[in-house]
Design a protein around this ligand. Structure first.
Ligand SMILES: Nc1ncnc2c1ncn2[C@@H]1O[C@H](COP(=O)(O)OP(=O)(O)OP(=O)(O)O)[C@@H](O)[C@H]1O
Length: 254
């Protein structure tokens, strides 16, 4: 992987997570700065739980998670989350939504406006600055959410099935948009999906998780990450088949 990114190293060390004393995940994993890691696993295994812990929304039952050597605590500023259902303020325009984290960062006046505009232009929404979320399509709302996430200047972006609710074409467009955003920012991205093709397109590494409690079953290095033409290679077809077999086997055992 060629990247000059120096921040955004994520380390999960025997990280145990759960609810009401019941274990949902027990994972160890080292993620390099600027890496895109995609989690795949059976439904309910604990994928979202891992992201929630990194966002500081869930306290570990054991072990630890660090970002650049610093233990993740509540309200983790270094990690920003993008959910499947957009979490925009419906009464604020696209630009005002993006201004929100910028205000927290201390920006005001013309600088606030121009920075928010710049982030929205990065996601090709420069013509929709004053639109309310309700007047935007699902894909556009996800783009606003991505712009708002970038405006937080996180070291790590956590994406929980962000394109799961979009139609097939919009989903492909969003994948390409995310690739172009990543190429510019080189941020570390942890991404959860159920879609094997999405995982194989976006990831530097795909992490296969077992049934609940999620543990790391396998880590697959992708040779040509973010190259759409890779899907026409035989190696892609074989890898895709083996992942589908793994997921199918997990579902059968559940
Ligand atoms: N707030 C909660 N309270 C209690 N149990 C929970 C809570 N959130 C999740 N769980 C349980 O923890 C387990 C892991 O949930 P999680 O949402 O992380 O799975 P997932 O792999 O992301 O699922 P899916 O692929 O279906 O989205 C599930 O069995 C779920 O029922």
């Amino acid at each position: 992987m060629t990247t000059t990114t120096t921040t955004g190293a994520v380390k999960l060390e025997n990280l145990q997570l759960g609810y009401g004393g019941k274990l949902s995940a027990n994972v160890s994993l080292d993620i390099e700065p600027g890496e895109v890691v995609v989690f795949l696993g059976p439904s309910g295994c604990g994928k979202s739980t891992i992201l929630r812990a990194l966002a500081g929304l869930l306290k570990p039952m054991g072990g630890r998670a660090t970002v650049d050597g610093r233990e993740v605590a509540g309200n983790e500023a270094h990690c920003a989350m993008v959910f499947q259902e957009d979490a925009l303020f419906p009464w604020r325009t696209a630009r005002k939504n993006v201004e929100f984290p910028l205000r927290i960062r201390g920006l005001r006046g013309q600088e606030l406006k121009s920075e928010a505009t710049r982030y929205l232009e990065q996601v090709a929404l420069g013509d929709y600055l004053d639109h309310l979320p309700g007047h935007l399509s699902g894909g556009m709302r996800q783009r606003v959410q991505l712009a708002r996430t970038l405006a937080c200047e996180p070291r790590v972006i956590l994406m929980d099935e962000p394109f799961g609710a979009l139609d097939a074409q919009t989903r492909l467009d969003m994948q390409q948009l995310l690739i172009s955003v990543w190429e510019r920012s080189r941020l570390t991205i942890l991404f959860v999906t159920h879609d094997v093709d999405e995982a194989l397109l976006l990831a530097d590494r795909v992490v296969l998780l077992t049934q609940r409690p999620a543990t790391v079953a396998d880590v697959i290095e992708i040779e040509n990450p973010r190259d759409p033409s890779a899907q026409f290679q035989e190696s892609y077809r074989l890898r895709r088949r083996s992942i589908l077999d793994f997921l199918g086997g997990s579902a059968a055992r559940a």
